[in-house]
Every structure is written in C-alpha cells, then in structure tokens.
Design a protein. Structure first.
Length: 751
C-alpha cells in the first residue's frame, strides 16, 4: 500500500498534504453526522421536548376522597371544603364578659381590691360588666351579619353547645359527689363537687363552611383585636383550617327508654345520653404520610394516584382497608407560557364505600352501653364471683355485634369503651396511654376471648354430624368426669350446689343445663384434631375478612399438627370452650349465624357487596339437619324452659325474666369463660411478669342470641354480647342483649 502511494505520489510533501486533507474530511463527516443526528434524531427530539417543557407549567388538581356511608346512605366520612369559625366556650357561656369585668375592676385599684368584701367587689364588677357584654354581643352580631347567618339560628347553635357542655358538667359533678360522699361518709355539696371539665376550655365550632370573602372579613376583625380594645372579644375567635375529612355522624344524643331495664335500674322517664365516636373503631381516621411509607407510589404526572408530602392516607379501619377505592386520582392543569393557553385533565374522585352498619342503630346500642344507664357498670344485684376483683360502680368493657343472618351483614358492632374524635385529635394520650381500659382496641374484631359455654351448641351440631354422639343418646352427669378423681373436671352444678348433678341428658338438655360433664365427654370423643377441624369450618382460627384490617383470627389448634400427650386434655377443655380456643365477637356471630342457616357459612362483613368486590363465599358444612334442630332446641330451652338456670335475673326484688320482649322468639346461650388475670407493667420496664399487680380478674360474661320474629319461620338476626371480667353471662350480658332486642324491635328490624 505504501509502495503504491509512493509510485503515484512520489513527493513527500504531496503525500502529507493528502493525509491532512483526508483528516479534515473525516472530521467534517463526523461533525456532519452529529449535526444530522441533532437535527433529525433522538437527541433533537429530547432537546425539542425540553424546550417545550420550559414553555409549559403544570400543577396537579386536588381530587376528592370517596365517601363512606352507612347502609341507608347516611354519611359517615366525607371530604368537605371550607373553613370554620370557633369561639372559646367562656364567650359562648357568658363567663368571659364577667372575667374581663372582674379583671378590669381589679386593675383599677389593686390595693383597695384586697380590702373589699364580696358585695363591694361585685358592685365594682357590675360597673364594668356592660362594657364587655356589649363587646360580646357586637361580636356575635357581626359574625351573623358577615356570614349571612340568621342571628336566631346562631343563638340556637350557642344554646346547643351550652346544653351539651352542661350535660357533661352535670354528669361529672354527680360522679364526683357520689365518690366523695362515699369516701367521707357525709353529704357533699354541688359546689364542692364541681370541677372544670375540658369542654369548658375548648373552642367550639359555631360557623362552618365559611366562603373566602367571609373568611377575610372575619380574619380582619381577629387581626384588629390585637390593638383595638373594643374588639377584645374577637381574640377568643379562631378561624380554623378545614378538616378535609369530616365525620358528620360521629356524635349522637339518644333518648334511652329505661322502662324495660332490670328493676334496680328501671325508670319510667327516659334519659338523654350523648355518645361520641359512633362506629369510629371500625370506620377509622386518616393520617399524614410518614417517612417510613417507602412502599407508597410517589406522585408524578404518569402516576396521578401517587402520594405527595402532606397527603392523607387511611390510618386504621375501613379508611385503611378500602384506601385503594376511596382514594381519587389527581387532575392536571397545564399552561402554555408563550400563549397562555390552558389545558385541563379533570380529577377523578374516589369511589364511595357503603357499609352494612345502620348508624342510628349503632348509636342507640352505644347509648344503652353508656355508664349513665348502668348495664355496663358492676351492680350490687349482680352475682359478683369470689374470683373477681370488680366492685359495684366499676365501669366494664366489652363488645356487641348485631348480624343479619341471611346476608352476614353487620348491622351494629360496638366496642366499649368508646373513643371520641375530639379526644383523639386534642388529647390522644388519654386514649393511647390508657392501659387499664385500652379504649383504642376494637374489641369486636381485635380481641379474642375464650367462648366458654357459648361454644357448646356449635360442638353439639358438629359431633352429631360427625357421628361421635347419636341423636337421643344419653350421657350421665355424676358431677365429675373421672370417678377416680371426683375433685377434678367437675360440673358447675356439682361445685355450686354440691352434691347435685344433672343426671342423664340428651344433647338439647345438656345445652339447656350447660352441663360440663356432657361436653367434656363429647370433646374427648371428638378428639383435638377433629374438633379443631369442625371449629375451623365455623370460622374459628382465621380472620373472617369482615373489613377492618385490625381483625385477628383468634386461637385454634392446627388440626394437621402431630398428636401429643396434651391432646386429650386440650380436647376435654375445648369441649366447654376453655383451653386452646379463643374467638372474637365477630367470629362468634358468624358461627351462630351458620347454625341458624342450617350449616351454611358466610363470612360476616361490614361492607355491602357490589359489583366492584369479589363475591363472598357460601360454604355448606353439610350439617345433619337433625343435629342443627337439636342444637337450636337446646338454645330455645335456655331462654324459654322454666327449668333453665339462665332464664331469670336475680335482683333484690326477687327473680325476673332476663328477656321481656314480646313478639320475638329468642334462642340463646349464656357463657361464663375464665379470663386471664390482667396485669399492668408496674415497673415500666416493658415486660409484664407474674410479679406485676393484677388489676382485673374473673370471668368474661357471654350471651349469644338468635332472634326469630313471630312472623318468620326461622331466625333472622344474631346478637352477641361479651363483658370482660363481668362474671355470670346470664346476669351481666343477658340484660344487655335484652335491651338490644328492644331497640331492634323499635327500629323495625323484628317486625
């Protein structure tokens, strides 16, 4: 190659010139290719897009979270725009004007003030009082005028606030007086018992959904009050940012009929009870995005459902479990800066979620369970077991479930104690630091209890179907299970009314008498594996998936676990609902509804089925129809047979029926389940040991009832009541179930 080049171009100078020209050409070709790429290739597209973006400005458009409504479309959680005006309670009550007048009089002559008597002081205060009363009235008049509110309507709102606060004051003062009279053993005056309640320190909302032009006027008066003495009352006014998520049916005032209560609590006159946090345990609240929420998809124009700093997300309950459905999709507005042309992609609001709850029924049941009524308070007439440390007057905790049998829908589910939305927001420590009552715990779905005798109808139907006991077969109760050890595994009647026994019994009789020996025997015949399998088919040992994400599955031995030496003992105790078995109130309702359906298990639910949800399963357990009838006959006898020991309430006035509802047939089963002693962390070392003190002990009281209106051929509803450390199920939980049935009848569910 080099030889040919020398032959054609002998001059070294010309050869170098050619090489230089070729180099220049190569560079030119490279630059040309790059220019071509920049002009028509991907880089051109990228740069062009960047230039276009520089001429555009985009902003996301907020969306609206879907509503949560009850079964009758009453709003439980809604996004509502607007501002609200809140006024200090002292201004609403009139106390503020007096306080200001007293302060002015005191400042006028502080030395002389110390020497004045009460009458002279009051006279000086009275001279200044009209000034501040006028200021207050002018503030109210201006608020009404600016907001376009009828002054009479504003006065009605203030009156409603005063009545509500006064009810709280009266209730608290009565409790204080009762405690002090008991402590001092002498009468105590109202004034001595009166203490300020927190509601007197709050700013209470008097105007909601304030438009922008009204907002600026009100804010102007508030700002001017800093320098203008005549506007001093405006210093006690707040304009608050809207709570985007509102819970309009969180508080109810219910008139409770007391005419059907047990005689020690009965009264001809109804009583008004205000309940807070209605259904809040299940509904849940929202929270801000946390730094730990790394798994959440961040917002971008390509991911408009993603989350930004400051966004809200479901914290617990339905707000959390249905987050994907409730959360909407942001829109986008884009402005072309060179032409000022705007394009919009409209936001898509979140979808509504309809709950199965009847919020009115929920509120009425919650009111009946309030301390003012007394059913959830330890009463002297109740049977206070020796192994419990509860005392008359103690508030008790527990749960209630009302289930529609045909659908498995939860109509009401109350966890006691209640939680208040205002307390959650303003004083959360009162809820989260209360280890004694654990008010935040949703006892309906999150606390499993040993079922005690309430599991016996489920076991009987299972054992008869499985052929481990025959229909009509008699089992003898001698008071104890093992003749060689008469002091162990005894029947309750043998322990309480020694030496009485139940004698020979069939299955329905054993349910009526709640004979432990019968069900010890059946438990042993079933065995741990078979019993665990059958209990599991009734919904025990796993979450029902009812809706709240906090639901737990309870406890149940694994039927596939290898056998062990403890199996016989566990099977024996599981026969009477003790040992290694625990269920939640929602599971108990589902199990009894399965019996009422003849053996078809449908998972309970808080969420109305619709075409956006997977259909819930319906599983036929193929129970023997005769086995179901035998179990239901036993439950019928528990409530209606004169020989039943769970039929009557023992009061100072004598025996009276636990259930006094007309027009409804009730199948029921009571249970008294041994509760684990509840200890507190006295050393605050994060560990609870046997050395820590027991603050609660005793038995949990159960009643589960199936309700059949006279016009129906089968039960339509199930009611579950459990009272923690309440003692006898019939005596403590029975009257509660009775009142719930009365409420359901008044609300039309049992007509």
């Amino acid at each position: 190659m080099r030889g040919k080049l020398r032959k054609h171009i002998p001059s070294m100078f010309h050869r170098r010139l050619l090489l230089l020209a070729l180099s220049v050409l190569a560079v030119t070709l490279i630059l040309g290719a790059q220019s071509l790429r920049l002009g028509i290739g991907a880089e051109h597209e990228r740069r062009h897009a960047a230039a276009e973006r520089a001429l555009r400005e985009s902003h996301p458009i907020p969306t609206v979270r879907g509503r949560v409504v009850d079964r009758y479309d009453r709003p439980l959680a809604v996004d509502e725009p607007g501002y609200e005006v809140a006024v200090k309670y002292a201004v609403i009550s009139g106390e503020w004007a007096y306080q200001q007048a007293e302060s002015a009089a005191r400042k006028l002559d502080s030395e002389r003030w110390k020497e004045l008597g009460t009458l002279d002081r009051n006279a000086l205060i009275a001279e200044h009082l009209p000034i501040y009363e006028t200021q207050t009235q002018e503030m109210w008049d201006l608020l009404a005028e600016i907001s376009g509110t009828d002054p009479m309507e504003l006065d009605q709102r203030k009156d409603a606030i005063r009545r509500q606060v006064q009810r709280v004051i009266s209730s608290q003062t009565l409790r204080n007086r009762s405690k002090r009279e008991k402590a001092y053993d002498e009468p105590v005056s109202w004034a001595e018992s009166r203490e300020k309640v927190m509601e007197e320190t709050w700013f209470h909302t008097v105007l909601s959904d304030i438009p922008d032009h009204t907002l600026s006027s009100i804010q102007g008066f508030i700002a001017g009050s800093a320098d203008e003495p005549n506007l001093k009352a405006w210093r006690e006014v707040q304009v608050r940012q809207p709570r985007q998520r509102r819970y309009p049916n969180e508080t109810f005032t219910i008139e409770v009929d007391r005419s059907t209560l047990p005689s020690p609590l009965r009264h001809d006159q109804p009583i008004e009870v205000t309940v807070h946090g209605v259904a809040l345990h299940h509904l849940g609240l929202l929270r801000g995005i946390w730094a730990s929420d790394e798994d959440l998809e961040p917002y971008s124009q390509s991911a408009p459902r993603g989350y930004r700093v400051g966004d809200q997300i479901g914290r617990w309950g339905i707000e959390k479990s249905m987050e994907a459905r409730l959360r909407g999709t942001r829109g986008l507005v884009t402005t072309q800066l060179d032409t000022n042309e705007k394009t919009r992609v409209e936001p898509i609001p979140g979808q509504d979620v309809r709950l199965t709850l009847d919020i009115q029924l929920q509120a009425q049941i919650q009111a009946v369970l309030s301390p003012q009524i007394g059913l959830m308070t330890a009463q002297p007439y109740q049977k206070l077991e020796e192994n419990t440390n509860r005392q008359p007057g103690w508030s008790l905790n527990g749960a209630v479930v009302v289930l529609e049998i045909e659908t498995g829908e939860v109509l009401a589910a109350v966890s006691v104690p209640e939680i208040s939305l205002q307390t959650l927001r303003e004083e959360p420590k009162k809820i989260f630091d209360d280890d004694f009552n654990q008010p935040f715990l949703n006892r309906v779905v999150s606390r499993p209890y040993q079922p005690g005798s309430t599991v016996k109808p489920v076991l009987l139907a299972s054992a008869l179907t499985a052929g481990r006991v025959s229909l009509g077969q008699q089992i003898i109760c001698r008071g104890f299970l093992d003749p060689s050890n008469p002091k162990g595994l005894r029947c309750w009647i043998y322990k309480v009314f020694y030496p009485q026994t139940h004698g020979s019994m069939q299955g329905h009789e054993a349910i009526m008498h709640s004979c432990n020996i019968y069900f010890y025997t059946v438990g042993r015949r079933m065995g741990l594996k078979r019993m665990s399998k059958w209990y599991g088919q009734f919904g025990l040992g796993r979450s029902t998936g009812s809706g709240p994400p906090e639901e737990v599955g309870g406890d149940l031995p694994d039927p596939d676990k290898p056998t062990g030496p403890q199996d016989l003992a566990d099977a024996t105790f599981m026969g009477i609902g003790q040992g290694p078995v625990r269920w939640t109130p929602i599971q108990a309702a589902g199990a009894y509804a399965t019996l009422a359906r003849g053996g078809v298990w449908i998972p309970p639910t808080f969420i109305v089925d619709d075409d956006r949800l997977e259909p819930r399963p319906r599983i036929d357990l193929e129970l023997n129809p005769s086995a179901v009838r035998e179990a239901l006959q036993g439950m019928d006898d528990v409530v209606n047979n004169p020989q039943s020991t769970s039929r009557h309430l023992r009061t100072p006035d004598g025996r009276e029926p636990i259930f006094n509802v007309q027009g409804v047939k009730i199948y029921g089963k009571t249970g008294t389940a041994e509760g684990v002693p509840y200890r507190v962390d006295a050393n605050e070392d994060g560990r609870i040991t046997r050395d820590d003190p027991v603050v609660k002990s005793g038995d949990h009281g159960w009643v589960i009832a199936l309700l059949q209106p006279d016009s129906k051929s089968k039960p339509t509803h199930a009611v579950v009541v459990v009272v923690e450390y309440g003692g006898s199920g019939s005596q403590i939980a029975g009257p509660i179930a009775n009142q719930i049935i009365h409420i359901m009848q008044r609300e039309g569910y049992l007509n």
